[in-house]
Design a protein around this ligand. Structure first.
Ligand SMILES: Cc1ncc(COP(=O)(O)O)c(C=O)c1O
Length: 484
């Protein structure tokens, strides 16, 4: 065990390998092993601007992940960064719960002007999962605790704290944790929702407080519901007197070409949860915004003013960054760029699907929220399996998009990654400031990787894992497949 204290001033000059080892020993060894297989740990990120990350060796990496949608404005957008820095440079009050910050108040005002309908009562927090927690609490509170159950969609991801986890449709994430009462339904099927709402009427009383949905499911693998689905959900919620919470944490802030994705369906939820790019990629901020009716019903008594608060939620620096982010979204014409670059990306991917049908099963998306679903059986064509490890093929199948991402990084300097609840899909989330040339570079790079065939892809990754901690990781993964 390393006992030496590490002074902050030495961080830039210490070997990066030391940081990776400390990450492994103090934070998350499994994650380090997973990242090692993809050779992500070989890159020491030094600086970043826009869509480009530069390593200490001067290698440029094009970011097609955007921190899962938290970097819609790219890295370190100068105007957004400046908004935060000015507060610090002027030594303004950043944090005080008793002294109200004008930045918090004016952000709430501008946010409500940016949102559809009467979404105007704002609770600020620090992350997506907290925004969802607050939404679930708000909905329960509207029914004075008489309705404690929620409906959510299969494969949904709403966060990893207990409340948000309870409405997250992933057994792998939920296993061994206690959860709140909640029932899952099929995403995209309003009949399923209708049946559940009917089933939950006991002695004439509805038991469901709220339905929570992502307008387009992200981590489930970019699942776009059928036309009219959200409108039908809205109607059913109204008919059954149940609240509708939309999680726009990933889809919001322009990612799909409008401020919220639900605007394209012409519906307004009772409560919306936002986070990720709300902080413009530099601040950590989430928000739960509800209608006046919902807010008043839940917290009508002034004595309730301390029931839902957060120490860091709504600090001045974060709110200034979010105010700048809202301005940049409009003034830099990012909605138009998102639509145009999104069309370029999707049509380029459709061409690649036609060229490589054995590789690509489907491509789908809206705006710059795009996914490539791979045909994982292409692994069967990779006859290079040097390890006689039972279960290895299943592991490779599950990691096919991960292997494509690793090849994109190593051979073309493109950062890509998979989706949390769908291992067949490669996430394609460039920042909304992406250029036409950068999209072309991505498409040509992917074309080049696929043209090399699955054997090379598997060979490179497996060879890299051998003699590396990644092998142990693959082994434990294979064992879990065999156990299943
Ligand atoms: C749709 C959605 N909701 C909620 C969350 C949770 O957000 P956070 O990681 O900020 O807690 C995520 C995170 O990826 C998400 O994609």
């Amino acid at each position: 065990m390393h006992k030496e204290w590490i002074p902050l001033a030495e961080v830039p000059s210490r070997p990066y390998t030391e940081a990776v080892e400390m990450f492994r020993s103090h934070i998350n060894p499994g994650l380090v092993a997973l990242l090692e297989i993809g050779e992500y740990t070989a890159i020491n990120p030094q600086s970043a601007r826009g869509a480009v990350i530069t390593s200490t060796e001067g290698k440029e990496i094009l970011d097609f992940v955007s921190s899962y949608g938290a970097l819609n404005f790219g890295h370190n957008h100068p105007r957004i960064l400046q908004a935060m820095q000015e507060i610090q440079n002027r030594r303004q009050v950043d944090l005080s719960k008793e002294l109200l910050s004008p930045y918090t108040a004016f952000l709430a005002h501008n946010l409500s002007l940016s949102l559809p309908g009467d979404l105007s009562k704002v609770y600020f927090c620090n992350s997506g999962t907290e925004a969802v927690e607050a939404a679930l609490k708000l909905a329960s509170r509207c029914f004075k605790g008489k309705r404690l159950t929620f409906l959510y969609a299969d494969n949904a991801l709403h966060g990893k704290t207990i409340g948000a986890l309870s409405v997250t449709g992933s057994d792998r994430l939920r296993e061994f944790f206690p959860t709140l009462p909640a029932q899952s339904m099929t995403f995209g099927k309003s009949d399923d929702l209708e049946q559940l709402l009917e089933k939950n009427i006991t002695n004439g009383e509805q038991q469901v407080a709220a339905v929570i949905l992502e307008p387009i499911q992200g981590e489930a693998g970019i699942i776009i519901p059928p036309d009219n689905y959200l409108r039908e959900v809205r109607e059913l919620c109204d008919r059954f007197g149940v609240l509708l919470i939309l999680d726009e944490i990933q889809t919001g802030m322009g990612r799909t070409g409008s401020f919220l994705a639900c605007e394209q369906e012409g519906i307004v939820p009772d409560i919306v949860a936002m986070a990720k790019s709300l902080g413009g990629g530099v601040a950590t901020i989430g928000a739960t915004v509800s209608t006046t009716k919902v807010f008043k019903t839940a917290y009508e008594n002034p004595h309730d003013c301390l029931v839902q608060t957060s120490t860091f939620g709504g600090r001045a620096t974060s709110c200034a960054a979010a105010m700048a982010a809202l301005e940049v979204l409009q003034e830099e014409n990012l909605f138009t760029n998102t639509k145009e670059r999104g069309e370029q990306l999707l049509s380029g991917l459709i061409n690649l699907q036609k060229k490589y049908p054995e590789w690509i099963k489907d491509v789908r998306g809206r705006g710059l929220m795009v996914g490539i679903e791979f045909n994982v059986d292409v692994i069967n064509q990779a006859k290079y399996l040097p390890l006689k490890l039972p279960g290895l093929k299943s592991v490779l199948r599950e990691h096919l998009p991960g292997m494509v991402a690793a090849a994109l990084l190593k051979q073309h300097g493109i950062l890509g990654t998979l989706m949390l609840n769908n291992r067949a899909v490669l996430r394609v989330y460039p920042p909304l400031i992406i250029t036409e040339e950068q999209i072309d570079y991505f498409l040509n790079s992917l074309d080049n990787i696929l043209s090399q065939g699955p054997k090379d892809l598997v060979k490179n990754r497996v060879n890299h894992a051998v003699g590396n901690s990644g092998l142990k990781f693959i082994g434990s993964w294979a064992v879990s497949f065999i156990k299943k």
